[in-house]
Every structure is written in structure tokens, then in C-alpha cells.
Design a protein around this ligand. Structure first.
Ligand SMILES: Nc1ncnc2c1ncn2[C@@H]1O[C@H](COP(=O)(O)OP(=O)(O)O[C@H]2O[C@H](CO)[C@@H](O)[C@H](O)[C@H]2O)[C@@H](O)[C@H]1O
Length: 699
């Protein structure tokens, strides 16, 4: 767009909320943007070199004053967007609006450009012109702006793309830029041409508004893998250029989010409950927290209370979450319901697709919003007696969606069943688990529904947050004798972490002894009882075993008992400690995951990233992500066993220990292969995007 020697200013107004991401638009070229903030309804950009800068809001204001005379002097730099601007932004909530100055000398004329990145179905059906001409709404806007439409041919590569540019005759760039900004090297500090080109979003024409709705989200609330996914996948989707919001209950006092001042009331079980909305913009994602009496003080017991209490919390959460895109402005602009897709997660939010359909889409509202339901764990389904249906406030005809026959209990109420039937697309977190869910053993009573809906069902393997879980930057490895390390410093860094871990847990400081770890919920799924069964054999080996977990009281007791019984080599840490999870992952040599079923599993991914070798039951996502070590070909990432039995576990673990003790270079190869995999969310986000696009065009 811009070329050497020309002045370039591309200000992406629409995604002000993600302007920080787009800073590269400016920084390599003639205008240096030093910071850009968009908070609530306020926005400001500072540009220029040194400490000086100018607020783009004044630039913005001048532009708006010239183009929209009816918008009088409103506010100071950085002040609230005026109501007309707000309206303008609302109108453009599904477009990108650019204020551009291209191929022009500073004295020449910039233009206000509006480009739509994709053809919005809603627009097409409601009379918009799919041929690249401005739609009715756009023309109105142009008139208001006194601008002349100038059609620009859609780019060759996509038939879906529609783009219009509008030029204004009377707005001069120097009128828009503060004088001192121009004097700060405008037009002098030139970078190579390619650096000046705005990088297009990776999602290209598929850019969407995405609302990720989950009952937990790390780091604020996390009981397991769902919290990790909610904290990381949305950021990866945002990196692809989507506008992404995470909607999550506010269980405690969190320092980051600020009260938006928006309040709404929703009925749950006949009672009006007020919800307040808090907002934080972090790493390109809008995090919206729902605060109300039902969620308050659940921080340490998110899924606590009796069945009806949990049900009511989730009813409220889903009712409120569906309307968040209407009510909660993020960076001053609500998401709106065009080009919108909800990603609901597990049974807790499986009511959302049902509400979206029953309350809105069936009545011609939110017609173009879609829903995708992600299955992280089918074992929890939101079951109850059929009478529970009357709590969810739906017309009688929806009862069949929820009613499911159980050979043991007969007809029952099942929220996951209704969500699976209603969502436009269903995803689960690995290919192996996608296959298992279709079997009577793996589907936990929902396999028939899943088979019936196979056409909209897909497995996508989870990724990991490579900022949080990276031995090179891990914040929990920066004290108490631990150290950050990478593949390059593995040979010194990891032993240091091992020693620090042994010291922290008062285990004998022995560099050569293999440290075996288990981290996870203490329940039937994770198979920690198999470690219990294998304990006599494990204790007979020259090893150290560290187990971290919480859950079933009998299994917690088992951990304590083993620590007492084998005090010279076993530690059982009962509790939930993110810090210890990181430190154990770094300090251990081997991670044991004998899960009976494992939809994906994240700990084995974290382990491999930290050069810790996994030994896993080859099931679900564990089978997808841990390939068996082959000593002849020197391939593979760890050891797998094919049945959840103590004997199989000890056999695999025995082979693993043999390699650790006797084949150092093979061990290093295992570590190296684990550490050099790309396990980031970026690959998965791309596939999620395909699913979202499929949902978008699903009728
Ligand atoms: N005591 C403790 N202290 C500190 N941290 C602890 C801990 N116990 C567990 N964790 C942490 O919680 C997370 C657990 O994630 P997993 O994916 O292994 O399992 P989970 O069964 O919760 O998730 C479900 O959803 C995820 C996400 O889709 C799937 O990967 C998985 O297979 C499915 O069962 C990890 O970050 C782990 O470190």
C-alpha cells in the first residue's frame, strides 16, 4: 500500500480494541506508533519518536469533525467516543474502517477508506450488494460523511471479499496530524517497502467475531484443562485476526478487569438476578467477567454445591452470555450479532446453543449467529431427573432435546445431549477421543447422538500456551534454585531444576536418580489408583516419585499414605498448586499418565516441552500426542501401554527406566524430539477456524 518516500498512515479504527496487535502497520514505516490504548469507550494512540507523541484521538477528532460536521467538538484527547462516532463504529462493527493516507505527499489528500474483509451473509440477504458496491447502510454513511464512493475491485484471491474505498476532498493530512508529530521524522524515517505493508490477518476473509464461553478460565479460575484452554485458544484465534471475547463467571476479586457499568437482570427459577459485567483486554482478547450473587465466593469451589445450585448457575451464565455481544462494549464497541459465533465448552455451557436457538434464532433474532460446542469431557453431562427441565425456562416442545433414555435410570434430563443436538458444529479435543465418543464405551450414553450428528463433528488436538508453559520463560522457575532453560541449556538447566525440586520436597539430592511425576485430578479418569497398584514395584526401584493432585478423599489419603510409607523416595502433594505443577514438570525426568480415558491431556504436552519424557496409557488424546519410542529407529516421544492395568504400566515404565539408566544418548534424543515439536495453539486455531466458517455457512 505505502511505498518508499510516501507518507503512510493506516489507522484501523474498527478494531481499536486490538490496535496493539496492529501496531506493525505503523512501526516499520514512516509513522512510529509508540502505544495505543483502547479502554472502554476511550481510545488514544501516541506516535512519534522519543518521549513525545500525539494522541490519535485529536487526529481522530479532527477527521471526524471535517467529515461529520454534526459531530461537534466533543471531548478532549482520549475522551469518550461521541455518540455519533459510537453509532458509526456500531454500524461498522463488522467492517474494517481505515483512515488512510497512501501514495501521497504530506501535503496531499488522505482519504477515509472503509473496507469490508468478507461478505457478510446477513448483509447479502438483507439487501446488501454482493458485487463490491456499497450497501444501503454504507451509502447512508457516505452521505453523512460527505464522501464519494470509489469502487475497488475485490482482490483476485477471494470471491467473497468486497472492498470499497471512499475519498474525501477536503481533509488534509496535516490538518489531522499534530504539527510536532510531523516534525518527528514523518517521511524521513523510511523502512523497506515491504515493512510498510499492513499485514493482513491470517484468517483472511474468514475474520469473525468469536465469543468463547466457559465456566473457568486461567489464570483467574482453573480446576483443570478447560481453564488452560479458555486462557489460551482464544488468544491464538485473536492472533489470526479474529475479534475474540472470552465470557466467564467472576468467582472472586480479580485485579485486571474493570467494571463496565453495564447491568442486566435475568430470571433463574423465578428469581430476578442482576449481572454486572467486568472487562479486561489482554493479549488481543476481550475478557468479559459476569459478576453476580450466584458466582460470588465460588472461587475455590467452581462446581460446588448441590446439583440444582450448579444447574442454576449455569442457566444464569448461559442466559447472560448469549446477550453479552449486544450489551457489553469492548473498546467502546459491542460485538453485535452479525458474523458472530459462540464457542461453548462442556455441559456447563451446552445450554447456550439451545438458548440461542429457542430464544432468538427461532424468532428471527440473531439469525446469523452460530454456535460450536466443544466436548472436553463427556463424563460430565449435566444430568438430572426429567423435572429439571422446568428450571431451564424453555417451551415444552424443547423437552425432547434434553430427554435421554438410560438403560439403568430410564428417562432423564441431559444438558449435554441438548447442546450436542442444537449446536451448529461439535468439536472434541483429539482425534482419538472423537473416535472413542462414537463407541458405547467412550460415549457415556451420548454415542448415538454423536453418531447421528457425525456430519458436524470433528476432533482437533489441543495446543499449549507457549508463554505460560515454556521452560525458557516459566516464571515459576525463577526462584528457589530453579532456573529457566531451553534445548540449548537443557543439560545444565534441567538438572538444576531437578535439584531444586528435590530440595523443595526434602527428597535426597541425587542427580542420577530418575524422578517420576504424576500431576492431575485424583479420580477414576486419571488412573492414579493404577500407580497405587504398581506402588510395590515402583518402590522397589531406585527412583523418586512425586504425585500432585486433589480430588477423591480416598485417593488423597493414598498419596499421603505413600509419602509416609516410602518417605525416602515418594512425595504426595495433596492440593492444587499451579506453581508446583510447573516446577514438577521441569524437575522430573518422567511423567506418568495412566488415564483410563483422556480426551486430550495437557500435562503430557507440557512435559514434552520441558524435556520430561511421558509414559502414558495409549488412549484418546494421549495416543494422538505421544508416539511410542522405537529404539531401532530412534523415533518417538515416550512410552505407551495399551491397557489401563498396573502390569502394563510397570512394563512400560520399566522400559523407560532402562533407557534412562543405560542409553543416555537415546534419552537425550527423546528429550530433544519432545522439546522441538510445535505444540502451540496456532495449528489448532487454524483448524478451529475452519469449523467456525463451516458453522457460519450452516443453515
Ligand atoms: N493438583 C493440581 N495442581 C495444579 N495443577 C493441576 C493439578 N491437577 C491438575 N492440574 C492442571 O490442570 C490441567 C489438567 O489438564 P488435563 O488436560 O490434563 O486434564 P482435565 O481432565 O482437567 O481436562 C479435560 O479437558 C482438557 C482440555 O480440553 C483435556 O485435555 C482433558 O483430556 C480433559 O479431561 C493441567 O494444566 C494440570 O497441570
Amino acid at each position: 500500500m505505502a511505498s518508499l518516500g510516501t507518507l503512510s498512515l493506516v489507522l484501523d479504527v474498527y478494531p481499536l480494541y486490538k490496535a496493539e496487535q496492529r501496531i506493525s502497520y505503523f512501526s516499520g514505516g514512516v509513522l512510529k506508533v509508540r502505544s495505543l490504548k483502547a479502554e472502554n469507550r476511550q481510545f488514544s494512540v501516541s506516535c512519534g519518536a522519543g518521549e513525545e507523541g500525539f494522541e490519535v484521538s485529536s487526529l481522530q477528532r479532527k477527521l471526524v469533525q471535517k467529515s461529520f460536521p454534526q459531530i461537534a467538538e466533543e471531548g478532549e484527547a482520549g475522551s469518550s467516543i461521541s455518540s455519533v462516532q459510537q453509532e458509526l463504529f456500531d454500524i461498522h462493527s463488522s467492517f474494517n474502517v481505515h483512515i488512510d493516507a497512501t501514495e501521497a505527499k504530506p501535503s496531499e489528500i488522505p482519504f477515509l477508506g472503509a473496507s469490508r474483509n468478507f461478505r457478510d451473509k446477513s448483509n447479502e440477504l438483507d439487501g446488501g450488494l454482493p458485487d463490491g458496491k456499497a450497501s444501503v447502510g454504507d451509502i447512508g454513511l457516505l452521505k453523512q460523511a460527505n464522501l464519494t464512493p470509489k469502487s475497488v475491485a475485490p482482490p483476485q484471491e477471494s470471491k467473497l471479499q468486497v472492498s470499497e474505498k471512499y475519498e474525501t476532498e477536503d481533509v488534509k493530512l496535516e490538518d489531522l496530524i499534530e504539527p510536532h508529530a510531523i516534525s518527528l521524522g514523518f517521511g524521513n524515517d523510511l523502512a523497506p517497502e515491504e515493512d510498510n505493508k499492513p499485514s493482513l490477518p491470517l484468517a483472511g476473509v474468514n475474520v469473525m467475531n468469536i465469543l468463547f464461553v466457559a465456566a473457568e478460565c486461567g489464570p483467574w479460575s482453573k480446576t483443570g484443562g478447560l481453564g488452560d484452554v479458555a486462557g489460551a485458544l482464544p488468544k491464538a484465534l485473536a492472533r489470526r485476526g479474529h475479534r475474540v471475547m472470552v465470557v466467564v463467571p467472576m468467582y472472586g476479586d480479580y485485579p485486571e478487569p474493570e467494571n463496565t457499568g453495564v447491568r442486566k437482570r435475568y430470571k433463574v427459577d423465578g428469581q430476578d438476578i442482576e449481572v454486572s459485567y467486568y472487562h479486561a483486554y489482554i493479549d488481543g482478547v476481550d475478557f468479559v467477567f459476569l459478576e453476580c450473587s450466584l458466582f460470588r465466593h465460588c472461587q475455590h469451589n467452581i462446581y460446588g454445591g448441590d446439583r440444582l445450585e450448579i444447574l442454576k448457575r449455569m442457566i444464569l451464565f448461559c442466559k447472560a452470555a448469549v446477550e453479552v455481544p449486544w450489551h457489553v462494549p469492548c473498546g467502546g464497541v459491542c460485538y453485535g450479532d452479525g458474523n458472530l459465533v459462540f464457542i461453548a465448552n462442556d455441559w456447563h455451557t451446552a445450554l447456550l446453543p439451545v438458548y440461542l436457538k429457542a430464544y432468538y434464532r427461532d424468532h428471527g433474532v440473531m439469525k446469523y449467529a452460530r454456535s460450536v460446542l466443544v466436548v472436553h469431557n463427556i463424563a460430565h453431562q449435566g444430568r438430572g431427573p426429567v423435572e429439571n427441565f422446568f428450571h431451564v425456562d424453555l417451551p415444552e416442545q424443547y423437552l425432547d432435546l434434553f430427554k435421554l433414555y438410560d438403560p439403568v435410570g430410564g428417562d432423564h434430563f441431559n444438558i449435554f445431549a441438548a447442546g450436542l443436538k442444537t449446536a451448529d458444529r461439535v468439536v472434541t479435543v483429539s482425534h482419538g477421543y472423537a473416535w472413542e465418543l462414537k463407541t458405547s464405551e467412550g460415549g457415556w450414553g451420548l454415542h448415538e447422538i454423536i453418531n447421528h450428528n457425525d456430519w458436524k463433528f470433528r476432533g482437533i488436538v489441543n495446543g499449549i500456551d507457549t508463554n505460560d508453559w515454556n521452560p525458557k520463560f516459566d516464571v515459576y522457575l525463577q526462584s528457589d534454585g530453579y532456573t529457566n532453560y531451553s534445548l540449548k541449556t537443557l543439560k545444565t538447566g534441567k538438572p538444576k531444576c531437578k535439584a531444586a525440586l528435590q530440595k523443595e520436597l526434602s527428597l535426597p539430592l541425587r542427580p542420577k536418580v530418575p524422578v517420576i511425576a504424576f500431576i492431575g485430578r485424583l479420580d477414576h479418569q486419571k488412573g492414579v489408583d493404577l500407580i497405587g497398584d504398581a506402588m510395590p514395584w515402583i518402590a522397589s526401584q531406585d527412583v523418586q516419585l512425586i504425585m500432585l493432585g486433589s480430588g477423591r478423599p480416598d485417593l488423597e489419603d493414598m498419596l499421603r499414605r505413600f509419602q509416609e510409607q516410602y518417605h525416602d523416595k515418594v512425595r504426595g502433594w495433596v492440593g492444587f498448586s499451579v506453581k508446583m505443577a510447573h516446577r514438577i514438570t521441569a524437575g522430573a525426568d518422567i511423567l506418568l499418565m495412566p488415564s483410563r480415558f483422556e480426551p486430550c491431556g495437557l500435562n503430557q504436552l507440557y512435559a514434552m516441552t520441558y524435556g520430561t519424557v511421558p509414559v502414558v496409557h495409549a488412549v484418546g488424546g494421549l495416543r494422538d500426542t505421544v508416539t511410542q519410542y522405537d529404539p531401532f529407529k530412534e523415533t518417538g516421544h515416550g512410552w505407551t501401554f495399551d491397557r489401563a492395568e498396573a502390569g502394563k504400566l510397570t512394563n512400560a515404565l520399566g522400559n523407560c527406566l532402562n533407557t534412562y539408566w543405560n542409553y543416555e544418548s537415546s534419552w537425550e534424543g527423546l528429550q530433544m524430539r519432545g522439546m522441538t515439536q510445535d505444540l502451540s495453539w496456532d495449528n489448532a486455531a487454524k483448524i478451529y477456524e475452519e469449523v467456525l466458517v463451516a458453522a457460519k455457512y450452516q443453515w
